[in-house]
Write a protein that binds this ligand. Structure first.
Ligand code: SF4
Ligand code: SF4
Length: 384
């Protein structure tokens, strides 16, 4: 008997959409243009038509798919449980095979796959500007400016963690490793205060999210294997970049559990004691933190322990537009998505903004007067 042709998995994913349109009000790109093709439902229709051959590849269809932020806000509200992330990944993988990628994308993918080299390169003066990213001084730090880093821990904290610290592995990422020294030091201080000793296996590499965003599934699979080897034997790995969380979790499953560092710190929040805040803080919640990681309650529980803290809420305002390399590939669209968040932070009198994803921090900080830091850095700066 001849082999039956295998059904196209992309068509099966697309066919789950009942075209109800309930996701449309939640899509940041649909909010920008109001065009159906820039909505989740429109993109699913385009992906389906490309897959079954009813639509020949053409620039406007590619652009509609390229503009997708991968924020998964549509997936979070879909009553039919359409798996939009795998659908987008499969679609972009086919686009990548058909179109290839730009030289810049190839360079970025190669550099992020070699984080130690990237780390050295980004510390060369002027290299950051040449990369297309900008960084306001102090927005994300090259070296730790934390004046309280050397302060002794309080007696209560010493008593709480009097027993031998529990080792816990940290996923450091690629860009964050190069650009956010203060985050690593802040995390170590907070973990130490609650009885953990941070360990960073040196063989780890980039999570591959940047590659997946651009449809390079082959390279992402290679990186996943490297990370699986690097973290072999670890029960738990902590992530501090919400955008990396899904890829690292997939790479290490089912043996190793990846947890947001905020969740782990919040479990022992009563051991953390903070100084009062002196400026209002804009709270940016990256899409990945809201739709994938789910660490918002932990973050709020930790922030609630800082006396006199006034939060400027940015929740419900949409994606900032960073989205992998979207901030580089579509700078005008990325700036348009970012503008209302910045305005709200400014109108609320925020002196500082916190955001748990490195791409969002770089994008939100670029050219801004408001310092943008990881919430863990903010917490550590106020640790007593
Ligand atoms: S993706 Fe889900 S919410 Fe959006 S149109 Fe399809 S079925 Fe409706
Ligand atoms: S992932 Fe985000 S940008 Fe893309 S279609 Fe869904 S809601 Fe819109």
């Amino acid at each position: 008997m001849p082999d039956q042709p295998q059904p196209d998995p992309l068509l099966a994913l697309a066919d789950a959409c009942v075209q109800c349109g309930l996701c449309l009000p939640h899509c940041p790109t649909y909010a920008l243009s109001g065009d159906e093709s820039e909505s989740p439902r429109g993109r699913i229709a385009i992906a389906r038509a490309l897959a079954d051959g009813r639509l020949a590849p053409e620039p406007s269809a590619d652009a509609a798919l390229d503009h997708c932020l991968g924020c998964r806000r549509c997936e979070a509200v879909c009553p039919a449980h359409v798996a939009f992330a795998p659908l987008l990944l499969e679609t972009r993988s086919r686009q990548r095979r058909r179109r290839g990628a730009s030289l810049r994308q190839h360079v970025l993918e190669w550099l992020t796959a070699h984080p130690a080299l990237l780390n050295r390169l980004l510390r060369i003066p002027g290299m950051m500007r040449m990369s297309g990213l900008t960084r306001r001084a102090g927005a994300t730090s090259w070296v730790s400016p934390d004046p309280s880093a050397a302060q002794p821990r309080s007696r209560e904290q010493r008593q709480d963690s009097a027993s031998a610290p529990e080792p816990i592995a940290i996923f450091t990422g690629c860009i964050a490793r190069a650009l956010d020294d203060e985050l690593a030091q802040a995390l170590d201080r907070l973990l130490s205060a609650v009885g953990y000793a941070a360990q960073r296996p040196s063989a780890q590499t980039c999570c591959g999210t940047l590659h997946l965003h651009a449809g390079n599934t082959a390279q992402a699979a290679v990186l996943a294997k490297i990370n699986a080897r690097a973290f072999a034997g670890c029960n738990t790995v902590l992530s501090t970049a919400s955008g990396c969380h899904a890829a690292v979790s997939d790479a290490l499953a089912p043996i190793t559990r990846v947890r947001d560092a905020l969740d782990v710190l919040a479990e022992r929040a009563e051991q953390l004691h903070f100084r009062a805040a002196t400026v209002p803080v804009a709270l940016h919640l990256p899409c990945s933190q809201q739709t994938v990681v789910g660490s918002e309650p932990a973050l709020r529980r930790l922030l609630a322990r800082i006396p006199d803290l006034t939060l400027v809420e940015l929740r419900g305002m949409g994606c900032c537009g960073a989205a992998g390399t979207h901030l580089l590939d579509q700078p005008a669209r990325a700036a348009a998505l970012r503008a209302p968040l910045r305005q709200a932070a400014h109108d609320g009198g925020a002196g500082i903004m916190v955001s748990a994803n490195i791409g969002c921090r770089l994008h939100l900080a670029a050219g801004s007067d408001i310092e943008v830091i990881h919430p863990i850095v903010f917490l550590a700066r106020h640790l007593q």
